[in-house]
Design a protein around this ligand. Structure first.
Ligand code: HEM
Length: 460
């Protein structure tokens, strides 16, 4: 088939239909160029969904469908950059870490994370996680009503404090550190994406919080180094880490930055995933009964350590399919490249173009998922595996390729520990309406997620 070029964009076209898509894309140009403005009214998922249904799987925003996103996930940093789109995190994580450093240094720092999140290390987090969960829910009464979103935030922060930040923080400064982290993340709003250094009150609070956190963690690092006392936590892994290129140890500022970066990547995401998973289970009684039965049967003591021993994983996968924590994964094209569209055409993405893999669309494609709006965890089960049937990149709620989530195992573990405890020990009912999605940039449940609990009488 001969390849012609579109008169509007110069893209290579394979069919008349492709040309039509291209013309539609031209007609939509005004909408596309004002994306930041309509974000405020429709939210990111709304914008992406609208463009996707109008223009097909590849359109002017360069939102990539499943077929086209292999290059997106596997290309090198010099071809498709993640660093270019996450610069706004620099004032949060701090200088010398994350997206402030060159790609090689960032890879070394990710190796430190990988050490702290490897399976053997995860097993050592089980007992402290269990302890935190038991202590926390022991404070609930015989019955009551709570905001599940708030509860998940709090218990997950306690678990992170114990397993990641270390005992000094957990036992003596948990309140202060949590509130500083809150100010730090509060410093990331829509305006910060474009102007991260604008002197807004939220940015000023962010900078103050970042400075105080560095003071706190530097003190702890110095004290551990001088006393020789070691913890069994992420902090210790970071203290012991050495850069391969020159053998130097991590500095106190880097350790603070890396701790913040990991909490930033892991806390909000896990708490959102946990809240949606429980809300979904409470809405779909048959799945709640199945999950509770399963937990009664397993009576996991110690709680699940691997991923294969507990079907609850399927429920979280399905909750994350319907409510992906990251609505779109973003990159910037540093070099032009060509992708094949699902419509059978070819599409040239120019250098400099912002790229998006829209999970809110991909996770709901009817060609991939049967009855995509339905909550049906069995679609992930062995035998059906709808996510895998459509290829390795059909389900990317944890990202994929070069920047796939490093904390997936940790996230599953902590949420399984919480769910296992909740389902075994409490009867739960959703008393507020099933939540909508916040729908701006965050995919958190909107408003309160009120749940009534009654403590079960456990039969030993
Ligand atoms: C249910 C909870 C979670 C979800 C849904 C989630 C999702 C994701 C996604 C979609 C990405 C890819 C971002 C991109 O490609 O731009 C990612 C990256 C990452 N996640 Fe998670 N995450 C979760 C929990 C965690 C936890 C608990 C940790 C750490 C303890 C963590 C650490 C990371 C790190 C370090 C990266 C960056 C990887 C890189 O850039 O190479 N995540 N996560």
């Amino acid at each position: 088939m001969s390849i012609t070029r579109c008169s509007h964009h110069g893209r290579r076209l394979k069919s008349e239909n492709d040309h039509l898509i291209c013309k539609q894309a031209a007609a939509q140009k005004a909408t596309v160029t004002t994306v930041p403005a309509i974000l405020c009214t429709k939210g990111l998922p709304g914008v992406i969904r609208e463009q996707h249904s109008k223009l097909g799987s590849v359109f002017t925003l360069s939102a990539l469908g499943i077929k086209a996103c292999a290059h997106f996930f596997h290309a090198t940093e010099s071809e498709i950059s993640i660093g270019d789109v996450y610069k706004m995190t620099v004032p949060i994580f701090g200088k010398g870490v994350g997206y402030d450093v060159d790609n090689d240094t960032r890879n070394e720092q990710h190796r430190f994370f990988a050490d702290a999140l490897r399976p053997a290390k995860l097993r050592s987090y089980v007992a402290p996680m269990l302890r935190e969960v038991e202590e926390y829910f022991a404070k609930w009464g015989q019955c009551g009503t709570v905001d599940l979103k708030q509860e998940m935030d709090t218990v997950l922060m306690l678990m992170a404090s114990r397993c990641l930040l270390g005992e000094e923080v957990r036992d003596h400064m948990h309140g202060e550190v949590s509130s500083l982290l809150h100010d730090l993340t509060g410093g990331l709003h829509l305006a910060s994406m474009f102007f991260p250094y604008l002197p807004t009150p939220a940015h000023r609070r962010r900078d103050k919080a970042r400075a105080r956190l560095e003071e706190i963690f530097s003190g702890i690092v110095r004290s551990r180094r001088s006393s020789g006392r070691a913890g069994d936590d992420l902090l210790q892994v970071l203290i012991d880490s050495r850069y391969k290129k020159d053998g130097r140890a991590t500095t106190e500022a880097e350790i603070t930055g890396l701790l913040v970066a990991l909490l930033f990547a892991g806390h909000h995401t896990s708490s959102t995933a946990a809240a949606w998973t429980v809300a979904r289970l409470l809405r779909h009684g048959e799945w709640l009964r199945a999950a509770t039965e399963e937990q009664r049967r397993l009576r996991l003591r110690p709680p699940p350590q691997g991923q294969g021993d507990y079907d609850g994983v399927l429920r979280m996968d399905e909750a994350l399919r319907l409510h992906p924590v990251t609505p779109v994964i973003l990159r910037r094209a540093r070099r032009a490249f060509t992708v094949e569209t699902e419509e059978g055409g070819e599409y040239e993405v120019p250098e400099g173009r912002m790229l998006a893999t829209p999970l809110v669309v991909i996770n709901m494609l009817p060609g991939v998922y049967r009855d995509p709006e339905a909550f049906d965890p069995d679609r992930f089960a062995h035998g059906r595996a709808e996510d895998k049937a459509a290829g390795a990149l059909a389900y990317t709620s944890f990202g994929a390729g070069k920047h796939a989530c490093m904390g997936e195992g940790y996230a599953y573990l902590q949420i399984k520990v919480i769910l296992s405890h909740l389902l075994t020990n409490f009867e739960l009912h959703l008393v507020s309406p099933f939540p909508e999605t916040d729908n701006m940039i965050s995919m958190r449940p909107k408003g309160e997620v009120m749940v009534r609990y009654t403590r079960r009488r456990l039969l030993e």
